[in-house]
Write a protein that binds this ligand. Structure first.
Ligand SMILES: Cc1cc2nc3c(=O)[nH]c(=O)nc-3n(C[C@H](O)[C@H](O)[C@H](O)COP(=O)(O)OP(=O)(O)OC[C@H]3O[C@@H](n4cnc5c(N)ncnc54)[C@H](O)[C@@H]3O)c2cc1C
Ligand code: FES
Length: 259
């Protein structure tokens, strides 16, 4: 069941000049959160941000009733949120959306770019519970964009690419040498990040003939399937990312990646 709650900010931790962790104290018990689900956060007290903004759960501490979000500052809402202080409250609606499918076995590749790394700590936890092997591939423009590697390395190996070559291999995520491994050691790929990155990763999954799930970050307004501003074209027609997603198997998306 969805909850609408005022939560108190307990901590904001800046990780670089434009990304931060937002930690919220939740008044009631936290329900089970599946990897890929998200919350709509109302950026209260901002004179010019009216609509809630969607953010994936980075982590949840059920015992201490804390929710953690990883947020990249890109516009008014994410800037204002990062300027709030511990003790102030934000109103959230959660949990929203569907989630990544977690296989019973296998060895998966998890590709994250920009704020797209957010859903992958919860995914790592679920995969680890099932004994599924995983490797994270994190991409950014420069080394300072590669964040939370210590957290990801608790669940699997961490590979890195940067466009300027300052950390890991130089290039885009799909330029990483892991994609030339023969045989390709992974049974499934998950991706979240900028759409061109997800399309390139999905194309790789086609070439390797393995399934791929992506978490789409379409612009959203209502978060409830009413305003239709988050539509994505799929093989079943136009679907709302907020209610039918945000996670889709790429074979459902009309991205023509296998052409
Ligand atoms: C399901 C879901 C989960 C998300 N999870 C996270 C997360 O965990 N961490 C995180 O940092 N971000 C996440 N996002 C993206 C986040 O919601 C947007 O960055 C945020 O709403 C931007 O708000 P803003 O007011 O700062 O920017 P705005 O002022 O609204 O926009 C600034 C500029 O960015 C563009 N923009 C806004 N939103 C997006 C978007 N989603 N994709 C591409 N361009 C956009 C606008 O068109 C505009 O040009 C998620 C999005 C979705 C749909
Ligand atoms: S955000 Fe309104 S329909 Fe999806």
């Amino acid at each position: 069941m969805k909850r609408i709650q005022d939560c108190t900010i307990s901590k904001i931790t800046w990780l670089n000049t434009d990304s931060y962790l937002l930690e919220l104290d939740v008044p009631d018990e936290i329900p089970v959160l599946a990897p890929g689900q998200f919350a709509e956060i109302r950026i209260g007290n901002s004179p010019d941000v009216f609509l809630r903004r969607p953010f994936s759960f980075l982590d949840a501490d059920v015992e201490n009733r804390k929710l953690v979000f990883f947020i990249k500052r890109i516009g008014k809402g994410t800037r204002h949120l990062g300027e709030l202080h511990p003790g102030e409250t934000v109103n959230i609606i959660y949990p929203l959306g569907n989630h990544f499918q977690v296989p019973e076995k296998g060895n998966v590749l998890i590709v994250g770019g920009g704020s797209g790394i957010a859903p992958f700590i919860l995914l790592g936890k679920e995969l680890q519970k099932k004994g599924v092997g995983m490797t994270f591939l994190l991409g950014g423009k420069a080394g300072s964009d590669i964040l939370l590697t210590d957290r990801f390395s608790q669940y699997g190996d961490v590979l890195i690419t940067t466009e300027d070559g300052s950390k890991g291999e130089k290039g885009m995520v799909t330029d990483h040498s892991v994609f030339t491994s023969d045989p390709f050691p992974f049974t499934m790929i998950y991706a979240c990040g900028p759409e061109p990155m997800m399309k390139a990763v999905a194309r790789m999954s086609c070439l390797k003939n393995i399934p791929c799930e992506v978490s789409l970050e379409n612009l959203m307004a209502c978060g409830f399937g009413v305003c239709l501003c988050c539509i994505v074209e799929t093989t079943e027609g136009n679907l709302c990312v907020c209610t039918e997603g945000p996670v889709f198997n790429t074979n459902r998306l009309k991205w023509q990646i296998c052409a």
